[in-house]
Design a protein around this ligand. Sequence first.
Ligand code: FES
Length: 142
Amino acid sequence: MYSEKVMDHFQNPRNVGEIENASGVGTVGNAKCGDIMRIFLDIDEKGVIRGAKFKTFGCGAAVATSSMATELVKGKTVEEALQVTNQAVMEALDGLPPVKVHCSLLAEEAIHAALWDYAEKQGIVIEGLEKPRADIHEGEEL
Ligand code: FES
Protein backbone atom coordinates (compact mmCIF):
# COMPACT_ATOMS: atom_id res chain seq x y z
CA MET A 1 0.00 0.00 0.00
CA TYR A 2 2.91 2.38 0.66
CA SER A 3 5.82 2.99 -1.70
CA GLU A 4 9.34 2.10 -0.64
CA LYS A 5 10.16 5.80 -0.42
CA VAL A 6 7.27 6.45 1.96
CA MET A 7 8.39 3.56 4.16
CA ASP A 8 11.98 4.79 4.07
CA HIS A 9 11.06 8.35 5.07
CA PHE A 10 8.70 7.02 7.74
CA GLN A 11 11.27 4.68 9.24
CA ASN A 12 14.28 6.97 8.78
CA PRO A 13 12.82 10.46 8.78
CA ARG A 14 15.25 13.22 7.71
CA ASN A 15 15.47 16.56 9.50
CA VAL A 16 13.63 15.66 12.69
CA GLY A 17 13.97 18.27 15.40
CA GLU A 18 13.83 21.97 15.97
CA ILE A 19 15.84 24.97 14.82
CA GLU A 20 16.59 27.45 17.58
CA ASN A 21 15.80 31.05 16.62
CA ALA A 22 14.36 29.81 13.32
CA SER A 23 13.71 32.38 10.59
CA GLY A 24 10.19 31.03 10.30
CA VAL A 25 8.08 28.46 12.13
CA GLY A 26 4.80 27.05 10.88
CA THR A 27 2.41 24.85 12.80
CA VAL A 28 -0.68 23.33 11.25
CA GLY A 29 -3.15 20.67 12.21
CA ASN A 30 -5.89 18.60 10.71
CA ALA A 31 -9.02 18.80 12.82
CA LYS A 32 -10.35 15.44 11.59
CA CYS A 33 -7.45 13.17 12.38
CA GLY A 34 -5.96 15.43 15.06
CA ASP A 35 -2.47 15.26 13.57
CA ILE A 36 -0.14 18.23 14.03
CA MET A 37 2.94 19.27 12.08
CA ARG A 38 5.46 21.99 12.85
CA ILE A 39 8.18 23.05 10.40
CA PHE A 40 11.17 25.25 11.20
CA LEU A 41 13.08 27.09 8.47
CA ASP A 42 16.51 28.67 8.63
CA ILE A 43 16.69 31.25 5.83
CA ASP A 44 19.80 33.25 4.98
CA GLU A 45 20.00 36.96 4.12
CA LYS A 46 19.57 36.18 0.40
CA GLY A 47 16.28 34.41 1.06
CA VAL A 48 17.70 30.92 0.55
CA ILE A 49 16.55 28.14 2.86
CA ARG A 50 19.71 26.68 4.34
CA GLY A 51 18.03 24.43 6.87
CA ALA A 52 14.66 22.87 7.60
CA LYS A 53 13.51 20.69 10.47
CA PHE A 54 10.20 19.29 11.60
CA LYS A 55 8.27 17.89 14.51
CA THR A 56 5.20 15.91 13.60
CA PHE A 57 2.69 14.37 15.92
CA GLY A 58 0.84 12.32 13.41
CA CYS A 59 0.46 9.29 11.22
CA GLY A 60 3.22 7.60 9.24
CA ALA A 61 2.31 9.41 6.03
CA ALA A 62 2.48 12.75 7.86
CA VAL A 63 5.96 11.88 9.13
CA ALA A 64 7.09 10.75 5.64
CA THR A 65 5.69 13.87 3.96
CA SER A 66 7.27 16.19 6.57
CA SER A 67 10.58 14.43 6.02
CA MET A 68 10.37 14.73 2.24
CA ALA A 69 9.04 18.31 2.32
CA THR A 70 11.94 19.48 4.50
CA GLU A 71 14.38 17.74 2.14
CA LEU A 72 12.79 19.39 -0.90
CA VAL A 73 12.84 22.97 0.41
CA LYS A 74 16.49 22.91 1.50
CA GLY A 75 18.66 25.00 -0.81
CA LYS A 76 15.66 26.66 -2.44
CA THR A 77 14.72 30.33 -2.36
CA VAL A 78 11.52 31.20 -0.54
CA GLU A 79 9.81 31.74 -3.90
CA GLU A 80 10.96 28.33 -5.15
CA ALA A 81 9.80 26.74 -1.90
CA LEU A 82 6.25 27.74 -2.80
CA GLN A 83 6.46 25.21 -5.62
CA VAL A 84 6.89 22.44 -3.06
CA THR A 85 3.20 21.63 -3.11
CA ASN A 86 1.57 18.55 -1.69
CA GLN A 87 1.58 17.17 -5.27
CA ALA A 88 5.34 17.69 -5.50
CA VAL A 89 5.86 16.01 -2.14
CA MET A 90 3.66 13.06 -3.12
CA GLU A 91 5.46 12.66 -6.44
CA ALA A 92 8.80 12.69 -4.69
CA LEU A 93 7.50 9.89 -2.45
CA ASP A 94 6.20 7.87 -5.44
CA GLY A 95 2.62 8.48 -4.42
CA LEU A 96 0.35 8.07 -1.43
CA PRO A 97 -2.91 6.14 -1.06
CA PRO A 98 -5.96 8.42 -1.63
CA VAL A 99 -6.97 8.37 2.06
CA LYS A 100 -3.56 9.77 2.92
CA VAL A 101 -3.54 12.73 0.55
CA HIS A 102 -4.59 15.10 3.35
CA CYS A 103 -1.37 14.21 5.21
CA SER A 104 0.69 15.66 2.36
CA LEU A 105 -1.49 18.75 2.41
CA LEU A 106 -0.41 19.27 5.99
CA ALA A 107 3.23 19.40 4.81
CA GLU A 108 2.43 22.03 2.20
CA GLU A 109 0.47 24.06 4.72
CA ALA A 110 3.23 23.84 7.32
CA ILE A 111 5.82 25.13 4.83
CA HIS A 112 3.51 27.97 3.82
CA ALA A 113 2.86 28.85 7.45
CA ALA A 114 6.61 28.90 8.18
CA LEU A 115 7.22 31.11 5.13
CA TRP A 116 4.42 33.40 6.24
CA ASP A 117 5.99 33.68 9.70
CA TYR A 118 9.36 34.48 8.08
CA ALA A 119 7.79 37.15 5.83
CA GLU A 120 6.04 38.74 8.81
CA LYS A 121 9.25 38.82 10.84
CA GLN A 122 11.14 40.36 7.90
CA GLY A 123 8.34 42.74 7.00
CA ILE A 124 8.30 41.48 3.42
CA VAL A 125 5.69 40.10 1.05
CA ILE A 126 6.29 36.78 -0.69
CA GLU A 127 4.54 36.86 -4.05
CA GLY A 128 1.87 34.16 -4.28
CA LEU A 129 1.89 33.24 -0.59
CA GLU A 130 -1.47 33.33 1.14
CA LYS A 131 -2.07 33.76 4.84
CA PRO A 132 -2.30 30.31 6.44
CA ARG A 133 -5.34 29.24 8.42
CA ALA A 134 -4.73 29.99 12.04
CA ASP A 135 -6.29 27.12 13.92
CA ILE A 136 -3.04 26.21 15.65
CA HIS A 137 -1.00 28.84 17.41
CA GLU A 138 2.71 29.12 18.00
CA GLY A 139 3.74 28.11 21.46
CA GLU A 140 1.26 25.26 21.75
CA GLU A 141 2.92 22.10 22.89
CA LEU A 142 3.39 19.32 20.37
FE1 FES B 1 -4.06 12.86 9.33
FE2 FES B 1 -2.16 11.49 8.28
S1 FES B 1 -4.03 10.69 9.06
S2 FES B 1 -2.10 13.56 8.81
